[in-house]
Design a binder for this molecule. Sequence first.
Ligand SMILES: CCCCCCCCCCCCC/C=C/[C@@H](O)[C@H](COP(=O)(O)O)NC(=O)CCCCCCCCCCCCCCC
Length: 218
Amino acid sequence: MAGSEASDDQKFSLSEVLDPFKLCLSENKEVYLEHYVAGWRGLVKFLNSLGSVFGFISKDAANKVHILVNYLNGENASQYVTVQSMVKYELENELVDLTKRGSHPESGCRTLLRLHRALRWLELFLERLRTGSEDSKTSAMCAESYNESLAQHHPWVVRKAAGMAFCVLPGRPAFLEVMNVGPPEQVVAMLGEALPLISEVYQITEDLYAQRNLLDLP
Ligand SMILES: CCCCCCCCCCCCC/C=C/[C@@H](O)[C@H](COP(=O)(O)O)NC(=O)CCCCCCCCCCCCCCC
């Protein structure tokens, strides 16, 4: 029916996140910003489909995606093709606040760093989701992954709010279902295929930021 096809269009599917991350790496292992941002768009869409409790999280992520999209489409677009070229360009042109917030509060480098830290959370969480049993709690998986990664960069009040949002996450079977891939085994297979690529994108970005001393950008 036309009606149900239309609503299918709006439905999130896990491949909207995983496909862009699969396309992220160039032949010489640079990270394409366009695909990175597309992966994040998918994540924001997924988060929105989980309900308004997650609104404060998805708004922040959407905001950061928006900042990066503006660079991708802006007058210096050619400098923003890969994360590597962005870092080089912004550093060489002193477009990054390095020690305290100043005249460049929305640099590509600091904005991407926030998403990069959240990508580590995603990696940890999806790995738990992939290997968990049917009755394992997504809220616990989510909280553990958060505590091991992003939480270290968040003040108490954000950690508290995040912890409350985790409590309303659906159980693992329902969670896999909203990913709209098919039976659980298929979701698990898809995650198994995509996770190494997400890890690689994460690690390459992490190494780049570490080399350039950018891991603590304000
Ligand atoms: C599935 C459940 C989703 C739970 C999400 C877990 C992450 C919790 C993050 C809580 C962030 C709270 C919002 C505020 C953040 C900002 O303070 C903070 C710092 O920014 P600033 O330096 O500009 O001030 N921002 C950030 O750290 C960026 C956070 C971005 C979080 C994005 C989370 C996306 C989660 C996507 C869920 C997808 C699930 C898997 C589906 C395939």
